[in-house]
Design a protein around this ligand. Structure first.
Ligand code: SAM
Length: 232
């Protein structure tokens, strides 16, 4: 379970209502059950469920099992997608080590916003499932040009079709963190957007191969390759 710190052996912590619900109603655990509690600053601790009633509960921490480990900064940027695809993309980006998830509004986006609260809850559940200590920051959706104008100059790989892009593995050889990976909407980027992207000195257009992938597939394929290259 992801828990706000500071964490230390012996302390008792309240569960969030969502955690209490999950432990009681989905996992069907009772007081005395073994749990794990973690966060990015303090690491991971053994824990025991000490109380559980409806959507409230508590756990007591035992010994520390894992120290916090540094993670390469990998920013996932994805055009706002339909709800189901976006939920899936956030879950997978979390599993693949994205440290920030930025929904982006482009001209052909079908969604005009994203539900940051729901996406943050999905990221939290995914981090718990994959035993990742940290949670990615899920940002509010922002227009593409605003994201690019505020970009700090870190390398940004943009998933694009093969005609105008280089194979992603050629870029990965020299890639270092912090870096970002941007995927367009189901309808693709518009010509003007691609031209704007290509003009930015920090952008490399990257192809993932000859097939046209769904946006969420492209996100997962690219983040998988990048996280392996960065050892994330
Ligand atoms: N009809 C759109 C077009 O022609 O651009 C297809 C867009 S695709 C469904 C959605 C997004 O996934 C694209 O904007 C791109 O960012 C990414 N993508 C899909 N296949 C890709 C590939 N083979 N290489 C790189 N990016 C890809």
């Amino acid at each position: 379970l992801h828990a706000e710190g500071p964490l230390a052996p012996g302390i008792e912590l309240a569960l969030t209502p969502a955690q209490a619900h999950h432990i009681g109603h989905v996992l069907r655990r009772a007081p005395g059950a073994a749990l794990l509690a973690f966060n990015a600053t303090d690491g991971e601790f053994a824990a025991e469920l000490t109380a559980l009633r409806k959507d409230r509960g508590a756990m007591r921490l035992g010994e520390r099992l894992r120290a916090p480990a540094p993670e390469p900064e990998l920013r996932a940027l994805v055009a706002a997608l339909k709800r189901e695809a976006m939920d899936w993309a956030v879950e997978k980006a979390t599993e693949l080590g994205a440290t920030r998830i930025q929904p982006v509004l482009t001209r052909r986006c079908v969604a005009a916003h994203s539900n940051t609260e729901r996406l943050s809850a999905i990221a939290r559940a995914a981090a718990e499932q994959c035993e990742r200590l940290s949670l990615p920051a899920v940002a509010e959706a922002r227009p593409l040009h605003a994201v690019l104008d505020a970009w700090d100059g870190a390398p940004l790989l943009v998933a694009a079709e093969r005609r105008e892009a280089q194979p992603i593995h050629d870029i990965l050889e020299r890639l270092t963190a912090p870096c970002g990976f941007l995927v367009g909407p189901e309808g693709g980027f518009e010509r003007a957007e691609l031209d704007d992207l290509a003009r930015r000195p920090f952008v490399s257009l990257a192809t993932l191969g000859p097939r046209i992938l769904r946006a969420e597939t492209a996100l997962v394929a690219g983040l998988g390759a990048i996280s392996l290259a960065l050892d994330a």
